[in-house]
Write a protein that binds this ligand. Structure first.
Ligand code: GDP
Length: 445
């Protein structure tokens, strides 16, 4: 993901500054210039970047920092806060309520990923225990209903639409009525994405939607500002979903531009598949961008993608904080699958950014496989107790796996690094059913 590159550049700039013997004005300026360059490359608006730089310099007055203060920490915190400010529209978003039917309407230009996102949104909520349904009110584009039908069927979500009817208002009203009768608590209406038609829909529908979500493609970068403003003028946009964050260099620009219109981004699309969809929360997002990990996203993903019966075991292991070589082996297997569990681990600091950086998957996979062959040749004793590792054992592993002693040492170093990350989760309270989100908030606090 290109965003990972942006995050990588920023964290490298911070790291380089930390490596400087003295952190003086020059070191700070170098670091800020590097960050500025990275943000501009992501198409973040120049004014936003300049403001950020000015603010950081205001906060971090090197002369004022008493000796002994951790300057690097202070600067890193300032950068973190400023990035959060840049991405935060400062407005709470709408929340669905249990026991009430919410009608959510999707608007956005054609090709933005609207229909795909409708299903992702429904699927996400279905997994969280909601009862969603999809209504296709896009009577303009040929094939729109078929596409929605196909996606909905795959996700086992009820849908409504018509091949014959050309009036979107009629379809919306009928669909909403039907699904209300069926006690669905989240009715999602996909529209054609033409301003005028949406305005008419609002005027003519007996029931106004509870939320209008504007879907936009991240590849337009800072032009997202104008597009979001234009839509806001014709419909009451309550939230934004930015799609295609997986493939475009301008993702950072799009996100900050939307925030500047004071519209909250609630999810981001990160691929074509149903589960390539992430909750967007500013602080955890920035934290992850800077390689500091995203605990709330991590817990959310566990609940979402790890099969129910495997969740307790994984959480138990995490809560023990005891990272054995056996666990490392299992997690490597998960990472290699790069399936859902791979996604979970990509939220952990260190697991994805360093071990499996985006764009270098092939090399990383080869490295992980190499580590695994060495681990294969370990005895069970060594597997569960890395403290027992001594010179002769290391030699045996090297011989057994046909690798050099240096390779084995490297693998053990990697183990130590990951064990440190893992140990942060020690004492994790294992949540009961339904407690997951409360827990993730606590962890992030
Ligand atoms: P609509 O015209 O706005 O309804 O757009 P569609 O839902 O038909 O999506 C247009 C194209 O974008 C399709 O090929 C989707 O698979 C693709 N797409 C949608 N969201 C994402 C995303 O987050 N990442 C990627 N890579 N492709 C996406």
């Amino acid at each position: 993901m290109v965003l990972a590159e942006l995050g990588g550049s920023i964290s490298r700039a911070i790291q380089q500054m930390s490596n400087a013997t003295i952190i003086d004005e020059k070191a700070l300026n170098d670091c800020l210039n590097e960050i500025t360059r990275a943000l501009l490359q992501s198409d973040v608006q120049f004014k936003l970047v300049r403001d950020m730089q000015t603010n950081i310099k205001k906060i971090v007055n090197l002369d004022d920092l008493a000796a002994g203060h951790n300057k690097r920490k202070i600067i890193q915190q300032a950068i973190f806060n400023e990035l959060c400010k840049m991405l935060d529209p400062g407005k709470p978003s709408f929340t669905l309520k249990k026991g009430k039917t919410s009608v959510v309407m999707f608007v956005g230009l054609q090709g933005s990923g609207k229909t795909t996102t409708c299903t992702k949104y429904a699927y996400y909520h279905q997994k969280k225990g909601w009862k969603p349904a999809l209504v296709c009110a896009d009577t303009f584009r040929a094939g729109a209903f078929d596409q929605l039908k196909q996606n909905a069927t795959k996700a086992k979500i009820p849908f409504y639409g018509s091949y014959m009817e050309s009036d979107p208002v009629k379809i919306s009203v009928e669909g909403v009525e039907r699904f209300k009768k069926e006690n669905c608590d989240l009715i999602i209406v996909d529209t054609s994405g033409r301003h005028k038609q949406e305005v008419a829909l609002f005027e003519e529908m007996r029931q106004k939607p509870d939320l209008v979500i504007f879907v936009m493609d991240s590849s337009i970068g800072q032009a997202a500002f104008d597009q979001a403003q234009a839509f806001k003028q014709s419909v009451a946009v309550g939230a934004v979903i930015v799609t295609k964050m997986d493939g475009h260099a301008k993702g950072g620009g799009a996100l900050s531009a939307v925030a500047a219109t004071k519209s909250p981004v609630i999810f981001i699309g990160t691929g074509e598949h149903m589960d390539e969809f992430e909750v967007f929360d500013v602080k955890p997002f920035v934290s992850r961008l800077l390689g500091m990990g995203d605990w709330s996203g991590f817990m959310d993903k566990i609940q979402e993608v790890v099969p129910m019966d495997q969740q307790p075991e994984l959480l138990q292991k995490l809560s023990e904080g005891n990272f054995t070589l056996r666990i490392m082996y299992e997690q490597f297997q998960n990472l290699l699958k790069m399936g859902p569990i791979g996604q979970v681990f990509s939220m952990l600091p260190g697991f994805s950014s360093e071990l499996m950086p985006k764009g270098r998957e092939k090399e990383s996979q080869a490295k992980i496989k190499r580590y695994m062959t060495m681990m294969d040749s370990m005895t069970n004793e060594g597997n569960s107790n890395p403290k027992l590792m001594n010179e002769s054992r290391i030699m045996r592993i090297a011989r057994g796996s046909g690798r050099s002693v240096r390779d084995v040492m490297e693998m053990l170093e990697e183990y130590k690094r990951l064990a440190k990350i893992w140990s942060k989760m020690k004492g994790l309270k294992i949540p009961k059913k339904g407690e997951m989100s409360a827990l993730s908030r606590n962890m992030n606090a």
